[in-house]
Design a protein around this ligand. Structure first.
Ligand SMILES: *Cc1c(COP(=O)(O)O)cnc(C)c1O
Length: 372
């Protein structure tokens, strides 16, 4: 079976981005592969990152981490994971069985781990989460001391890490500096309490790219690894390359007379032109807010989306003089076309959302540098 659209995943670019970030920071890179590697395909991306030298990777949901650990044979990187609830006692046991690194976001997690862990197994390695100003997970900085003490007194765990997350790495240096200060204080406290912290991490892509003080022992870049900037600026400026190219074959090309209304609701009427149909829609993650605004390239020419994006397809204006033919390739985003960030701007969102929401129906084609 084949399909009229595909996401081409360039593993040469993925390895290049991992190495570029690694050589630009004085810290180890823990690439983040949550949400199916930001839509790029989990297992192949993990394999490439491991070959490129990743010794630990991060993935958000405990369930995702267990699935990854259960399906990788042979040597794999260490896995750090951080989202779970007190009901997941069986999953916490699996975390221990697979030797995962688990976040402890509050004292309830210490209780859950103490209840879940069977006696006589290797201690579970944990990273204590401090909320230094994100206002999301972790204990407030004032409660860091209490969490550290409680963790050190909990049997069956080994406190190896302390971590936090930046809220404004791409927008506000002062807020970032305040978070870094709170983190450094919590780290000093953990060390003074005798916790052997080998993993101290605060920076995601934004911190890794722009805030050297936040780098500590590890950085956790996600979006930058995939060649998209956290602020949707040009990745080439940071020597990063987009990993995904989303393309589709035109399933229709036809001339229309002036005054032709296009797609649902007739929100737009075109003058005499050639219209093409791209067989991707909002069910595939083509945000409907980008209707009439985003572009694709066909034969190297930028062509605007006309009218509403539908569930499975959208219409583009190929231009009155177009010689495009049905079956020609439209590049939706990635090298040779607009960027995922361009689509995000058209849709009023961020590049992250474009790639992470690319639907499961679109095949991912994994190419390694030599095949490109
Ligand atoms: C998603 C995420 C990251 C990676 O963030 P990017 O901005 O994509 O680099 C790092 N840490 C945590 C806790 C995250 O949730």
């Amino acid at each position: 079976m084949s399909y009229p659209s595909r996401a081409i995943i360039d593993h040469g670019a993925l390895a290049h981005n991992f190495r570029t970030l690694g050589s630009s920071v004085d810290a180890e890179v823990m690439p983040i592969v949550k949400a199916n590697a930001y839509g790029h395909g989990l297992a192949p991306c993990v394999a490439t990152l491991q070959r490129a030298g990743a010794r630990i990777i991060g993935i958000a949901q405990l369930a995702e981490a267990i699935e990854l650990a259960a399906h990788t044979r042979g040597a794999r990187p260490e896995i750090f994971t951080w989202i779970y609830s007190p009901t997941q006692l069986g999953d916490i046991r699996d975390a221990s069985r697979f030797g995962l690194h688990l976040s402890v976001p509050d004292t309830w997690a210490l209780d859950a781990i103490a209840r879940a862990m069977p006696d006589g197994v290797e201690p579970l390695r944990v990273h204590l989460k401090i909320d230094t100003g994100m206002g999301r997970g972790g204990v407030l900085a004032d409660d860091a001391g209490a969490l550290i003490e409680a963790a050190l007194a909990t049997p069956g765990i080994e406190v190896v890490g302390l971590w936090s997350h930046l809220a404004c790495a791409d927008t506000d240096s002062d807020a970032t500096a305040r978070q870094e200060e709170a983190f450094a204080a919590a780290l000093a406290r953990a060390q003074a309490a005798g916790a052997p912290i080998r993993y101290a991490h605060l920076a995601a892509s934004g911190g890794a790219l722009w805030h050297p003080a936040t780098r500590h022992t590890h950085v956790r870049p996600g979006i930058a690894i995939y060649g998209i900037m956290p602020d949707d600026s040009d990745p080439a400026a940071a020597n990063l390359r987009p990993v995904m190219r989303l393309e589709a074959e035109l399933t229709s090309v036809k001339q229309v007379p002036g005054g032709t209304p296009v797609s649902y609701g007739h929100i737009e009427t075109v003058s005499a032109t050639t219209l093409g149909i791209v067989p991707l829609g909002y069910a595939d993650g083509m945000d409907r807010h980008a209707s009439s605004r985003a572009h694709v390239t066909v034969g190297g020419r930028m062509c605007r989306v006309v009218g509403r994006i539908c569930m499975d397809q959208f219409v583009v204006d190929l231009g009155p003089e177009s010689d495009a033919r049905v079956g020609d390739t439209a590049i939706v985003w990635g090298p040779g076309g607009p960027s995922a960030s361009d689509w995000a701007r058209a849709a009023g969102t961020i590049g992250y959302e474009m790639v992470a929401r690319l639907g499961p129906r679109v095949p991912r084609i994994h190419v390694h540098q030599e095949d490109v």
